[in-house]
Write a protein that binds this ligand. Structure first.
Ligand SMILES: Cc1cc2nc3c(=O)[nH]c(=O)nc-3n(C[C@H](O)[C@H](O)[C@H](O)COP(=O)(O)OP(=O)(O)OC[C@H]3O[C@@H](n4cnc5c(N)ncnc54)[C@H](O)[C@@H]3O)c2cc1C
Length: 611
């Protein structure tokens, strides 16, 4: 069940989870499946739903606990649905750009030097001494070392309520982290985890195989490159995507966190074990002591109801006691909750110091927020070549009668349409996987992001988006730190980035741009306004390394089971655990870590065998 403004005092459970994104949800699903009681706190609201058949009580009418909405008999409501599944966006993907923009809150906005010279002189102005500090505005942020587009999404399902659903595996060269020092064992471990993660999120490589545009782009590239010399070879494949095609083949259902949480809402037995508190902030987890370097443990999670009813405003902060605590609040907020957990309750910040220099000391959890990585990104859009479009009626790749039928039906019903492709033909979804030779991840597709919407007077069927994602080496000097005196919009310590690319990273980014341009121009010309460009750092939204998990305790926050060093009952989840630099989209890999971690927690919670 889920509710957003309960009146409750302290609570008790077996497992406490902060964050309801896909990673928190994976922990919840696996632990409830194993019979454990779980309370999950989510700082945002439940704002996207689907309805699913109830499992155990086929005669009962579906009923949402909080909203008192009655659904069709046998149906229950599950939160965390992908918003792009709405018919409005299935019909016009460019409208979804605004949904994504609305879902993203920028993490750190530099304000030390903000000066509006043309402002009415009698209006209130900030000054260099007292810059703006509300809603993520951050006087401590140096714009030169910012991840200016890094953002978070708050709400049940986290970022998967709008994500692109690309779920590639990390490449064994460079990208893939080490869970075991024996390379063969390591690869076997990863293969097994990836198989399971793909099952949980529902990855497929075949959902676009009956698309004209997809085949046009994929096969044209495969043909162009097949006779190239070895050093110019590129491998073009369908992009692995977490989705499935609907009974109406014009539409797909994009997978999100609802899919992971589903049985916790539809199965009456599991429902008893699971509580989801929405609009509840996990402020910190409370350590037994504050002595650095010593074994420690978490005694409780401090949780605050952000929208209390008038009568319980005074006790909106309460504690949840559990055997195991899991923080899975996304890359930034997981480190933020842990940083806050390093501050003793009676701590007083020093006076007479520049507040910009006052940073939380995370001595209980060394390496927290260090060695962060984020992907440099290039982008452009291309209008497909006229010859390519004109070749469509000839079925140029001999793909059988489905192609001819689609084209002929469309032309018969729409003789005025200059383009011989059905209006609802699914978009291209092509990738070139990351490799040692070309160390970047590629998406050649048509999709919505927070940018790149196509103008209403242009036909989207002619447009292809090119997104290249590079990697950076993890470096100790690249950090996110948390301010003692500035708070973010949700009352948590304000994050500040210190991020710079190395010389190698910069050179690689240039090579990546050159590669994108050379590939893009082979099948079309740039869409005016969407010529090749580097995007603002952070825009990939693939920040990692904030709570890195690994074998080397000197450079990590947690072990390879995502258990925080020195804290046997504290675990972390999300992209922050990935310790390597990588170009691919990270969520599938973070699911792998969560699966590995949840299995070890289930082992730990097993009752001692009776002697
Ligand atoms: C436009 C877009 C496209 C993307 N495309 C892809 C893609 O194709 N492939 C891919 O792999 N990834 C993609 N991503 C990123 C992907 O969505 C994330 O990697 C994934 O959602 C991370 O999961 P998570 O559970 O770790 O964190 P999140 O999804 O960020 O969820 C964390 C949750 O924790 C909550 N929270 C934060 N602080 C607190 C607190 N103090 N207390 C309680 N709750 C808290 C948040 O509200 C949030 O709901 C995309 C994201 C966007 C926005």
């Amino acid at each position: 069940m889920f509710f957003h403004s309960p009146s409750h005092g302290d609570m008790e459970t077996e497992v406490f989870i902060a964050g309801s994104g896909p990673i928190g949800a994976t922990f919840a699903k696996m632990l409830v499946d194993a019979g454990h009681r779980v309370i999950m706190a989510e700082i945002g609201a439940a704002d996207s739903f689907t309805s699913k058949p109830r499992v155990d009580s086929p005669s009962a009418a579906g009923h949402s606990d909080e909203y008192s909405v009655t659904f069709a008999p046998n149906q229950v409501v599950v939160p965390g649905y992908h918003k792009k599944n709405e018919i409005e966006y299935q019909k016009d993907i460019d409208r979804f750009v605004n949904v994504i923009k609305g879902a993203l809150s920028t993490v750190s906005v530099p304000t030390s030097n903000v000066n509006v010279a043309t402002l009415d002189p009698a209006s209130f102005q900030n000054t260099k001494e007292k810059p703006f500090i509300s809603l993520g505005k951050n006087p401590a942020q140096n714009p030169f070392s910012n991840l200016g587009a890094e953002a978070v999404t708050r709400g049940v399902g986290g970022m998967t309520t709008h994500w692109t659903c690309a779920t590639p595996r990390l490449c064994t060269d460079i990208e893939r982290p080490i869970l075991d020092t024996n390379p063969d064992t390591n690869n076997t471990l990863w293969d097994e985890l990836y198989d399971e993660a793909e099952k949980i999120i529902g990855t497929s490589r075949t959902e676009f195989e009956k698309s004209i545009r997809h085949n046009l782009v994929l096969r044209t590239y495969q043909n162009i490159y097949k006779d190239k010399p070895a050093e110019e070879q590129h491998t073009f494949l369908p992009l692995p995507l977490a989705c499935h095609r609907m009974p109406d083949p014009d539409y797909v259902e994009w997978h999100a966190t609802d899919r992971i949480l589903e049985t916790l809402f539809t199965d009456d037995k599991k429902k008893q074990l699971f509580t989801l508190l929405t609009n509840h902030r996990c402020t910190r987890v409370i350590p037994k002591h504050f002595r650095a370097g010593e074994e420690n443990e978490i005694e409780a999670a401090e949780v605050k109801c952000l929208l209390p009813h008038a009568e319980d405003r005074t006790n909106s902060t309460f504690h949840i006691r559990a055997k195991v605590y899991i923080v899975a609040c996304g890359s930034v907020a997981t480190a933020q909750v842990l940083a806050n957990s390093n501050v003793p309750k009676d701590f007083q910040p020093p006076k007479n110091k520049d507040p910009r220099d006052l940073i939380i000391d995370t001595k209980l959890m060394p390496n927290l927020g260090t060695y962060i990585t984020e992907q440099p990104m290039t982008f452009c859009q291309v209008v497909l070549d006229a010859n390519l479009i004109n070749s469509v009626p000839e079925n140029p790749f001999d793909l059988g009668s489905w192609w001819d039928k689609k084209v002929n039906d469309h032309r018969e019903h729409n003789p005025e349409d200059p383009i011989p492709i059905p209006f609802r033909d699914p978009e291209p979804q092509v990738t070139i996987p990351f490799s040692k030779e070309r160390p970047w991840h590629v998406q050649i597709h048509r999709d919505a992001f927070s940018y790149g919407g196509v103008a209403e007077n242009i036909d989207t069927r002619l447009i292809v988006d090119y997104r290249w994602f590079g990697y950076v080496e993890p470096q100790e000097r690249n950090k996110v730190v948390f301010q003692q005196l500035y708070e973010d919009a949700y009352g948590m310590p304000q994050p500040t980035f210190h991020f710079e690319m190395s010389e190698d990273d910069r050179r690689r980014a240039r090579d990546m741009m050159a590669d994108m341009c050379s590939v893009a121009l082979k099948i079309g010309g740039y869409l005016p306004g969407s010529e090749p460009q580097f995007m603002t750092p952070g825009l990939a939204l693939h920040l990692a390394g904030t709570v890195r998990a690994g074998l080397d305790e000197e450079t990590t926050v947690a072990n390879t089971y995502s258990q925080v060093h020195k804290f046997p009952n504290l675990y972390v989840g999300g992209n922050g655990v990935i310790e390597t630099g990588f170009g691919a989209n990270p969520t599938l890999t973070s699911l792998c870590y969560a699966i590995r971690s949840a299995n070890s927690i289930i082992e730990k919670l097993k009752p001692e065998p009776k002697a």
